[in-house]
Design a protein around this ligand. Structure first.
Ligand code: ADP
Ligand code: MG
Length: 615
């Protein structure tokens, strides 16, 4: 008997649906992409019960011709490509011709569609992939697809679905990505009869972000732009003072298509490296226009990955675009103090879910942007609260009262390595408090500044040693009596593997015994730190990061070295403030310490006067 049989079409579609259609959000994505491909300008998405029971997507696009309707539901039927060569110059989102066939095979579907050539439209009913009824109807130009009971005939898949709220949040996530990728289209998302997303569709990225993410994002984001021969970049990126605890709000688009790109986030994050704390991430919407021959989109059926053919070109373009935002305006966080009763409101808001935060979006979008720049949107506080920085300092307490206002970027100079040279304003020193913070005023700008001495010192040290390293002039200090340190066998291996690094920064290590080493010289830049504990600190840290690159390890050593140098410098309290501020002005990056914590914060005279109710 013959055991190997050809599967029937319906079964093939059901299997294929598993690949592309995982959950209601995947359906929504495919349907919206079809609407976009059909040149729509308004797309409305409505769901009930997390999309499990009901999904409707309506557009005002080209519609499907009467005679083509049957074909649309066949596998590998597409109007978008004819030959494999067409993939090279693809500009539509869909091209596999799989989505409608897959979706139809696992749901009860209705399609209502009309083209401008047809006077009437068609209304098709499909159950599990079989067309069961087809009527002529009067309807507007465009397409509506209604989907009921997703996975009704694949109960196993139903079991894998999460709660309605979770499925709905996946859907809104998809809509965020598509809406942000298409600022010229008006997206409306209705969930259980409530409008929760409504974008303006005016081709403006800023107002689209505003309608999706709220004013706090918009207020702390800067425009970026780059224009080269085969790459053009535009978009918005957050100032280093505004970060998130995850990468959820990093949106990358390549030729209009949302993609997940570790390459892009790596490049961008490397530019923020010493500007933001560890485990904080910049927020951005970056639009890359690149000639289609330089990217490969056909990597995965869900089409969220691409391969860049020339990553160096991309890196250069992104670096140029992004580093231009690092002006002093974006780097000094400004303190404003929320009114006391706001705190209660904030607490209450913290309890709300992500989706609910967008409930009153319709009311918000009508307001002009600058009318709402004052109070703080607490969505970010929710996740800031959860994390503290690497030293256990609760950043929440500080960030909670910060509001970052946008000003025009100042004129600035930067070299090809995209280092930005910027200067804090001339300050008059008032004094210090808590032996740690310098208070100073800027009489011209009418601002009060607070400078963290330790952080400032660390930044100065870090740049000193970095400069020495890059000019290969590390000043070493010969130890009067060589230092002997006992270490384990594992540590010995680590030291041997990193010999070159240690040497580079000024440690001369010799005389390897069975389980001890002899240090003959230490880097001079640190004055006279406790060499033994510094060395062991470095060693402990290298252990964790053995897989990392030479650069990363070197950077880590430098940062650790300055930290410990400062701990050991007992006279830090008595340092000459003038010298410190002067040295700080001469650093490349006077606004954050090498670990990304802020060095300077400011508060405006106006803000102070407001507190005293003088204005
Ligand atoms: P693909 O998008 O990969 O071509 P689909 O299965 O998603 O494949 O769609 C099949 C075809 O149905 C499309 O090529 C298009 O011609 C037509 N189609 C689907 N949705 C729409 C829509 N909203 N408006 C107009 N045409 C559509
Ligand atoms: Mg499609």
């Amino acid at each position: 008997m013959n055991n190997i049989k050809l599967l029937d079409n319906n079964t093939i579609n059901k299997i294929a649906a598993g690949e592309v259609i995982e959950r209601p959000a995947s359906v929504v994505k495919e349907l919206i992409e079809n609407s976009i491909d059909a040149m729509s300008s308004i797309i409305t998405i409505e769901i009930e019960d997390g999309g499990k029971k009901y999904i409707r997507v309506t557009d005002n696009g080209t519609g499907i011709n009467k005679d083509d309707v049957d074909f649309a539901f066949l596998r590998h039927s597409t109007s978008k490509i004819n030959r494999v060569e067409d993939l090279q110059s693809l500009s539509t989102l869909g091209f596999r011709g799989e989505a409608l066939a897959s979706i139809a095979s696992i749901s009860q579907l209705e399609l209502i569609t009309r083209t401008k050539e047809n006077l009437s439209g068609v209304h098709v009913f499909i159950n599990g992939g079989e067309i069961i009824k087809k009527n002529e109807v009067g309807c507007p130009i465009g397409t509506t697809i209604i989907l009921k009971n997703l996975f009704y005939n694949v109960p196993v898949r139903q079991k894998f679905l999460k709660s309605d709220t979770t499925e709905a949040s996946y859907i809104s996530d998809i809509i965020y990505k598509l809406a942000l990728g298409n600022p010229g289209l008006k997206f409306k998302f209705i969930k259980d009869n409530k409008v929760i997303i409504n974008t303006p569709g005016k081709h403006d990225i800023r107002s689209t972000i505003y309608s999706l993410l709220g004013k706090e994002f918009v207020n702390s984001m800067f425009d970026i732009a780059y224009s080269g021969d085969d790459i053009k970049i535009c978009g918005l990126i957050s100032s280093p003072a505004f970060t998130r605890g995850n990468r959820n709000h990093q949106y990358t688009y390549v030729n209009g298509r949302y993609i997940k790109s570790e390459e892009v986030s790596d490049i961008v994050e490397s530019l923020y490296k010493t500007l933001i704390p560890i485990n904080r991430f910049p927020v951005y919407a970056i639009y890359i226009d690149i000639s289609p021959e330089l990217v490969d989109v056909n990597v995965h059926p869900t089409k969220t990955e691409v391969r860049f053919d020339n990553i160096d070109k991309l890196r250069k373009a992104l670096s140029t675009a992004v580093s231009a935002v690092f002006s002093s305006n974006s780097l000094i966080p400004e303190v404003t103090i929320p009114a006391v009763n706001n705190d209660k409101k904030l607490e209450a808001q913290n309890q709300e879910t992500f989706l609910d935060l967008n409930n009153n979006i319709e009311a918000q979008v009508e307001k002009p942007l600058n009318a709402v720049a004052i109070d703080i949107d607490m969505e970010d506080t929710v996740d800031i609260k959860r994390d503290s920085d690497e030293n256990g300092i609760d950043v929440n307490e500080m960030i909670r009262v910060l509001d970052y206002s946008i000003s025009e970027p100042e004129e600035m100079k930067y070299d090809v390595n995209t280092k930005v040279k910027i200067n804090p304003p001339e300050l008059e020193i008032v004094g210090t408090i808590f032996d740690t913070y310098i208070i100073a005023e800027d009489r011209v700008g009418k601002d009060m500044y607070m400078i963290d001495q330790h952080a400032a010192h660390e930044r100065i040290m870090y740049e000193k040693i970095k400069a020495q390293l890059s000019s290969n002039e590390v000043y070493k200090q010969q130890m009067l009596s060589p230092l002997v340190i006992n270490i384990s066998h594992g540590e010995m291996q680590l030291i041997k593997e990193n010999m070159e690094l240690f040497k580079k920064i000024g440690f001369d290590i010799e005389g390897f015994g069975l389980n001890s080493i002899v240090i003959r010289s230490v880097p001079m830049v640190f004055g006279a730190p406790d060499t033994r504990s510094l060395f062991l600190d470095i060693l402990d840290n290298l252990g964790e990061r053995i897989g990392s690159s030479y650069e990363v390890r070197l950077d880590k050593i430098m940062k650790l070295a300055c930290t410990s140098a400062i701990k050991a410098g007992h006279n830090i309290k008595k340092i000459e403030i003038h010298t410190l501020l002067n040295d700080l002005r001469n650093t490349e990056q006077p606004y954050t310490c090498p670990h990304g914590r802020p060095i300077i914060i400011k508060m405006s005279k106006y803000e102070i006067e407001k507190r005293f109710k003088r204005v």
